[in-house]
Design a protein around this ligand. Structure first.
Ligand SMILES: [Zn+2]
Length: 219
């Protein structure tokens, strides 16, 4: 099997996301860039149930220099959200793994007039600020560009109104952490707001925590 390593990592991540309730049915998708052939991306296929999926079922795509993507291997066509994943990988050379979910609490917190989520616990500070993308048709180049813009140069996660969230990292572990902590942030925010006890970390503490995490000195 060609590109076995990246296919296996994508399969493992999608099964983990399903197991953790971050992805249901065929919603959500995960992609990983090949470390040697940096224009090659493995991505979950479109409309296929993740239960029982095999590594060879993961689609392989080549990011062409003219900005288009070509499906080059795998029995099933790539996820319809492919443009979102490749737009971020093209814009960010530091990003090699990308995750898109319709996870419940991120989707809930993406609505409303001013959908801001802030860190409630110290580890969440690694992934803030969380960007926000207004509703845009899924699968379009428009939403792909807006997600890349919302992440900017350093962003790790953003919410997409009436859709879900998108997160990224230098490798699959980092991208999955961004996904898990963003969903956790949305969930804790939701329950705290329902209880009337919402109190995110002070901005100064968030800044100090971010600096510690960046210097790799956080405990
Ligand atoms: Zn989606």
């Amino acid at each position: 099997m060609k590109y076995e390593n990246i296919r296996k990592q994508v399969l493992e991540a999608i099964l983990q996301a399903v197991d953790q309730g971050l992805i249901h049915g065929t919603s959500g998708n995960i992609a990983l860039r090949d470390s040697e052939n940096r224009n090659i991306v493995a991505i979950t296929p479109s409309g296929i149930s993740y239960a029982g999926m095999k590594a060879e079922d993961i689609a392989i795509v080549e990011m062409k220099e003219d900005g288009t993507n070509e499906w080059i291997d795998g029995p099933y066509k790539p996820s319809s959200e492919l443009p979102m994943h490749t737009a971020v990988m093209r814009a960010r050379q530091d990003v090699n793994a990308t995750v898109h979910t319709h996870s419940m609490f991120a989707t809930i917190m993406a609505m409303g007039e001013n959908p801001v989520i802030r860190p409630i616990t110290p580890p969440q500070c690694e992934f803030t600020p969380i960007g926000i993308v207004p509703f845009t048709m899924p699968g379009s180049n428009d939403v792909a560009k807006k997600v890349a813009d919302a992440l900017g140069e350093k962003g790790r996660a953003c919410l997409i109104k009436n859709h879900g969230m998108f997160s990224c990292g230098k490798d699959m572990k980092a991208a999955m952490h961004a996904t898990i902590y963003t969903e956790e942030m949305a969930q804790t925010t939701y329950y705290a707001k329902v209880l009337g006890t919402y109190e995110p970390m002070p901005e100064e503490a968030e800044r100090m925590m971010k600096a510690l995490i960046e210097a790799d000195q956080a405990v």
